[in-house]
Design a protein around this ligand. Structure first.
Ligand SMILES: Nc1ncnc2c1ncn2[C@@H]1O[C@H](COP(=O)(O)OP(=O)(O)O)[C@@H](O)[C@H]1O
Ligand SMILES: [Mg+2]
Length: 235
Protein backbone atom coordinates (compact mmCIF):
# COMPACT_ATOMS: atom_id res chain seq x y z
CA UNK A 1 0.00 0.00 0.00
CA UNK A 2 1.21 3.53 -0.72
CA UNK A 3 2.27 5.83 2.11
CA UNK A 4 -0.89 7.36 3.53
CA UNK A 5 -1.83 10.93 2.73
CA UNK A 6 -2.77 11.50 6.36
CA UNK A 7 -1.71 9.31 9.24
CA UNK A 8 -3.42 9.66 12.60
CA UNK A 9 -1.17 8.02 15.13
CA UNK A 10 -1.98 7.42 18.80
CA UNK A 11 -3.86 10.66 18.82
CA UNK A 12 -5.18 11.87 22.15
CA UNK A 13 -7.12 15.11 22.39
CA UNK A 14 -9.91 16.86 24.19
CA UNK A 15 -10.77 19.88 26.24
CA UNK A 16 -9.19 21.61 29.21
CA UNK A 17 -10.82 19.37 31.77
CA UNK A 18 -11.92 16.43 29.64
CA UNK A 19 -9.99 13.96 27.48
CA UNK A 20 -12.26 12.97 24.61
CA UNK A 21 -9.93 10.86 22.40
CA UNK A 22 -7.51 8.12 23.42
CA UNK A 23 -4.80 6.64 21.16
CA UNK A 24 -6.76 6.97 17.93
CA UNK A 25 -4.83 5.60 14.93
CA UNK A 26 -5.81 5.18 11.30
CA UNK A 27 -4.65 6.15 7.82
CA UNK A 28 -6.40 8.10 5.09
CA UNK A 29 -5.12 7.36 1.60
CA UNK A 30 -5.12 9.63 -1.43
CA UNK A 31 -8.47 9.61 -3.18
CA UNK A 32 -10.14 7.65 -0.43
CA UNK A 33 -13.49 8.43 1.21
CA UNK A 34 -13.56 7.30 4.83
CA UNK A 35 -16.68 7.22 7.00
CA UNK A 36 -16.12 8.19 10.63
CA UNK A 37 -19.00 6.73 12.60
CA UNK A 38 -19.94 6.44 16.25
CA UNK A 39 -22.68 7.37 18.69
CA UNK A 40 -23.30 10.87 19.95
CA UNK A 41 -20.38 11.98 22.09
CA UNK A 42 -18.00 9.32 20.74
CA UNK A 43 -15.47 11.99 19.73
CA UNK A 44 -16.01 12.43 15.98
CA UNK A 45 -16.20 16.22 16.01
CA UNK A 46 -13.31 16.42 18.45
CA UNK A 47 -11.19 14.39 16.03
CA UNK A 48 -12.05 16.56 13.03
CA UNK A 49 -11.42 19.74 15.02
CA UNK A 50 -8.06 18.39 16.14
CA UNK A 51 -7.06 17.53 12.57
CA UNK A 52 -7.77 21.08 11.36
CA UNK A 53 -5.90 22.72 14.23
CA UNK A 54 -8.86 23.95 16.27
CA UNK A 55 -7.81 21.76 19.19
CA UNK A 56 -4.19 21.08 20.18
CA UNK A 57 -2.33 17.79 19.91
CA UNK A 58 1.30 16.67 19.81
CA UNK A 59 3.11 17.08 16.44
CA UNK A 60 3.64 13.36 15.73
CA UNK A 61 -0.03 12.50 16.26
CA UNK A 62 -0.87 13.85 12.78
CA UNK A 63 1.40 13.16 9.81
CA UNK A 64 0.49 14.74 6.47
CA UNK A 65 2.63 13.80 3.48
CA UNK A 66 5.38 12.75 5.87
CA UNK A 67 5.32 16.01 7.88
CA UNK A 68 4.31 16.15 11.52
CA UNK A 69 1.47 18.64 11.58
CA UNK A 70 -0.19 18.07 14.97
CA UNK A 71 -0.69 21.38 16.77
CA UNK A 72 -0.19 23.62 13.71
CA UNK A 73 -2.55 26.59 13.55
CA UNK A 74 -5.84 26.30 11.70
CA UNK A 75 -4.50 28.76 9.09
CA UNK A 76 -1.49 26.60 8.36
CA UNK A 77 -3.59 23.45 8.14
CA UNK A 78 -5.98 24.90 5.57
CA UNK A 79 -3.02 26.18 3.55
CA UNK A 80 -1.70 22.61 3.50
CA UNK A 81 -4.96 21.59 1.84
CA UNK A 82 -7.04 20.22 4.71
CA UNK A 83 -10.45 21.86 5.07
CA UNK A 84 -13.39 21.28 7.41
CA UNK A 85 -17.08 21.62 6.65
CA UNK A 86 -18.11 22.09 10.27
CA UNK A 87 -21.18 20.80 12.00
CA UNK A 88 -23.87 23.48 11.84
CA UNK A 89 -22.20 25.17 8.82
CA UNK A 90 -20.90 28.22 10.73
CA UNK A 91 -21.32 30.65 7.86
CA UNK A 92 -20.67 34.35 8.25
CA UNK A 93 -24.20 35.47 8.94
CA UNK A 94 -23.75 39.10 7.90
CA UNK A 95 -22.23 38.16 4.52
CA UNK A 96 -23.79 37.07 1.25
CA UNK A 97 -23.47 33.60 -0.20
CA UNK A 98 -20.79 34.78 -2.61
CA UNK A 99 -18.83 36.62 0.08
CA UNK A 100 -18.80 33.46 2.20
CA UNK A 101 -17.41 31.51 -0.75
CA UNK A 102 -14.75 34.13 -1.50
CA UNK A 103 -13.52 34.06 2.09
CA UNK A 104 -13.03 30.30 1.76
CA UNK A 105 -10.81 30.93 -1.25
CA UNK A 106 -8.71 33.52 0.51
CA UNK A 107 -7.74 31.09 3.24
CA UNK A 108 -6.63 28.12 1.25
CA UNK A 109 -4.32 26.98 -1.53
CA UNK A 110 -4.19 27.96 -5.16
CA UNK A 111 -6.02 25.52 -7.43
CA UNK A 112 -8.87 24.69 -9.73
CA UNK A 113 -11.86 25.63 -7.59
CA UNK A 114 -13.58 28.90 -8.40
CA UNK A 115 -16.96 30.53 -7.84
CA UNK A 116 -17.95 29.27 -11.28
CA UNK A 117 -17.12 25.71 -10.41
CA UNK A 118 -18.99 25.86 -7.09
CA UNK A 119 -22.02 27.30 -8.90
CA UNK A 120 -21.80 24.54 -11.48
CA UNK A 121 -21.82 22.00 -8.64
CA UNK A 122 -24.69 23.68 -6.76
CA UNK A 123 -26.66 25.78 -9.31
CA UNK A 124 -29.07 27.12 -6.67
CA UNK A 125 -26.18 29.04 -5.11
CA UNK A 126 -25.69 31.05 -8.29
CA UNK A 127 -29.30 32.21 -8.05
CA UNK A 128 -28.87 33.13 -4.39
CA UNK A 129 -25.36 34.49 -4.62
CA UNK A 130 -26.20 38.06 -3.52
CA UNK A 131 -28.49 37.01 -0.71
CA UNK A 132 -27.48 36.93 2.94
CA UNK A 133 -26.43 33.41 3.85
CA UNK A 134 -29.03 33.42 6.64
CA UNK A 135 -31.88 33.69 4.11
CA UNK A 136 -31.08 30.24 2.69
CA UNK A 137 -32.58 26.93 3.78
CA UNK A 138 -30.46 24.65 5.95
CA UNK A 139 -29.59 22.49 2.97
CA UNK A 140 -28.61 25.47 0.83
CA UNK A 141 -26.45 26.73 3.69
CA UNK A 142 -24.77 23.33 3.79
CA UNK A 143 -24.01 23.74 0.08
CA UNK A 144 -22.40 27.10 0.85
CA UNK A 145 -20.35 25.51 3.62
CA UNK A 146 -19.17 22.78 1.25
CA UNK A 147 -18.46 25.34 -1.47
CA UNK A 148 -16.51 27.50 0.96
CA UNK A 149 -14.31 24.53 1.89
CA UNK A 150 -13.80 23.65 -1.80
CA UNK A 151 -12.73 27.22 -2.57
CA UNK A 152 -9.68 26.50 -0.39
CA UNK A 153 -8.71 23.77 -2.91
CA UNK A 154 -8.35 21.04 -0.31
CA UNK A 155 -6.82 17.66 -0.99
CA UNK A 156 -8.53 16.44 2.18
CA UNK A 157 -12.05 17.57 3.02
CA UNK A 158 -13.70 16.76 6.35
CA UNK A 159 -17.48 16.77 6.54
CA UNK A 160 -18.97 16.93 10.04
CA UNK A 161 -22.62 15.81 10.15
CA UNK A 162 -23.08 16.50 6.47
CA UNK A 163 -26.82 15.78 6.42
CA UNK A 164 -27.97 16.37 10.00
CA UNK A 165 -31.37 18.05 10.11
CA UNK A 166 -31.68 18.49 6.34
CA UNK A 167 -34.67 17.60 4.19
CA UNK A 168 -34.41 14.26 2.31
CA UNK A 169 -34.53 15.92 -1.12
CA UNK A 170 -31.58 18.15 -0.34
CA UNK A 171 -29.61 15.31 1.24
CA UNK A 172 -29.99 13.57 -2.10
CA UNK A 173 -28.64 16.65 -3.93
CA UNK A 174 -25.66 16.90 -1.61
CA UNK A 175 -24.78 13.22 -1.96
CA UNK A 176 -25.18 13.53 -5.72
CA UNK A 177 -22.50 16.24 -5.65
CA UNK A 178 -19.99 14.28 -3.59
CA UNK A 179 -18.64 12.04 -6.36
CA UNK A 180 -17.73 15.07 -8.47
CA UNK A 181 -15.67 16.27 -5.49
CA UNK A 182 -13.94 13.00 -4.67
CA UNK A 183 -13.45 12.00 -8.32
CA UNK A 184 -10.99 14.88 -8.63
CA UNK A 185 -8.67 12.98 -6.29
CA UNK A 186 -9.78 14.76 -3.13
CA UNK A 187 -9.86 12.51 -0.06
CA UNK A 188 -12.72 12.80 2.38
CA UNK A 189 -13.61 11.96 5.94
CA UNK A 190 -17.36 11.89 6.32
CA UNK A 191 -19.26 12.05 9.61
CA UNK A 192 -22.87 11.07 9.02
CA UNK A 193 -25.64 9.88 11.38
CA UNK A 194 -27.08 7.60 8.72
CA UNK A 195 -24.58 4.76 8.95
CA UNK A 196 -25.99 2.90 5.96
CA UNK A 197 -25.59 5.96 3.81
CA UNK A 198 -22.09 6.65 5.12
CA UNK A 199 -20.89 3.09 4.59
CA UNK A 200 -22.45 3.05 1.13
CA UNK A 201 -20.46 6.10 0.12
CA UNK A 202 -17.12 5.31 1.74
CA UNK A 203 -14.43 2.80 0.84
CA UNK A 204 -13.39 2.42 4.46
CA UNK A 205 -14.67 3.28 7.90
CA UNK A 206 -13.53 3.95 11.42
CA UNK A 207 -15.92 3.54 14.33
CA UNK A 208 -15.28 5.45 17.54
CA UNK A 209 -16.70 4.49 20.89
CA UNK A 210 -16.08 6.67 23.91
CA UNK A 211 -13.02 8.22 22.30
CA UNK A 212 -11.38 5.01 21.13
CA UNK A 213 -11.39 3.17 17.81
CA UNK A 214 -13.75 0.24 18.33
CA UNK A 215 -13.68 -1.10 14.76
CA UNK A 216 -12.12 -0.11 11.43
CA UNK A 217 -11.80 -1.56 7.96
CA UNK A 218 -13.77 -1.89 4.76
CA UNK A 219 -17.56 -1.93 5.09
CA UNK A 220 -17.88 -5.21 3.20
CA UNK A 221 -15.46 -6.99 5.53
CA UNK A 222 -17.62 -6.60 8.63
CA UNK A 223 -21.08 -7.86 9.46
CA UNK A 224 -23.85 -5.47 10.33
CA UNK A 225 -23.90 -6.99 13.85
CA UNK A 226 -20.17 -6.27 14.37
CA UNK A 227 -20.62 -2.69 13.24
CA UNK A 228 -23.66 -2.18 15.46
CA UNK A 229 -21.75 -3.60 18.43
CA UNK A 230 -18.78 -1.33 17.70
CA UNK A 231 -21.13 1.63 17.43
CA UNK A 232 -23.21 1.16 20.56
CA UNK A 233 -20.90 -0.95 22.70
CA UNK A 234 -22.09 -3.68 24.97
CA UNK A 235 -23.43 -1.53 27.79
N1 LIG B 1 -16.19 22.20 24.32
C1 LIG B 1 -16.19 21.07 25.04
N2 LIG B 1 -15.76 21.05 26.35
C2 LIG B 1 -15.75 19.92 27.06
N3 LIG B 1 -16.14 18.71 26.59
C3 LIG B 1 -16.60 18.67 25.33
C4 LIG B 1 -16.64 19.83 24.47
N4 LIG B 1 -17.13 19.46 23.28
C5 LIG B 1 -17.38 18.15 23.35
N5 LIG B 1 -17.06 17.66 24.57
C6 LIG B 1 -17.17 16.27 25.03
O1 LIG B 1 -16.26 15.49 24.28
C7 LIG B 1 -16.84 14.22 23.97
C8 LIG B 1 -16.80 14.01 22.47
O2 LIG B 1 -17.66 14.99 21.87
P1 LIG B 1 -17.77 15.13 20.30
O3 LIG B 1 -16.44 15.06 19.71
O4 LIG B 1 -18.57 16.36 20.06
O5 LIG B 1 -18.60 13.82 19.91
P2 LIG B 1 -19.38 13.46 18.58
O6 LIG B 1 -19.02 14.47 17.55
O7 LIG B 1 -18.93 12.07 18.22
O8 LIG B 1 -20.84 13.48 18.93
C9 LIG B 1 -18.23 14.22 24.57
O9 LIG B 1 -18.18 13.58 25.83
C10 LIG B 1 -18.54 15.69 24.73
O10 LIG B 1 -19.42 15.91 25.81
MG1 LIG C 1 -20.22 15.80 16.47
Amino acid sequence: MNAPLLRIENLSSGYADFQALFDVSFDLHAGEALALIGANGAGKSTLLKTIVGLLPCAPQMLVHRGDKIGGLSADKIVRRGIALVPEGRRLFRSLSVEENLIIGGERGRAGEWSLERVYALFPILREKRQQPSTSLSGGQQQMVAIGRALMANPEIILFDEISLGLAPAIIKDIYAALPSITSTGVSAILVEQDVTRALGFAQSFVCLQEGRVSLAGKPADHSRADIVAAYFGSH
